[in-house]
Every structure is written in structure tokens, then in C-alpha cells.
Design a protein around this ligand. Sequence first.
Ligand SMILES: [Zn+2]
Length: 79
Amino acid sequence: MAYASNLSAMHRLLHTTLKLGDRVRLRKPHPCGAQEWEVVRLGTDVKLKCVGCGHLVVIPRSKLTGSLREILPPEGRSE
Ligand SMILES: [Zn+2]
């Protein structure tokens, strides 16, 4: 099933490539309208900051995996 293998790929992404400063898209946009979150802390829990309004949320990694849609390149990484 394409969907299942996609989720599995997301699991691996989370454990291998998620870094501080990365931006992620979740399945549900924040009520403020923004769809992107910036990773501000990594650990057992992941702390995300809404790029739209600056709201901070802490999500257990396992839960984040389920709601993650996409990992975007960090802003300004090349500068
Ligand atoms: Zn927001």
C-alpha cells in the first residue's frame, strides 16, 4: 500500500534527518492559517513553532510522525 510505505518512510525521516531549524508541514494547519512549523527542540518530544503566529507546541515524536506531511529545507541554510 503506497500510503503505508509512505508513513514508514516518514518514520525513518524523523529518526534520521529531522534537525533543529527544519520546517515541517503537518496534516492539520494551525488555526492561524499557517501550515508550516519550525523545529526548535528535538528530543523524546519535539517542540515546534508556528511560522505564522509563533505559537509553540510540544509533540511526542511518535505522535508527530503520524501527523507529519512533509519536511521542508530550513530557511537560510545555504547562507
Ligand atoms: Zn499559528
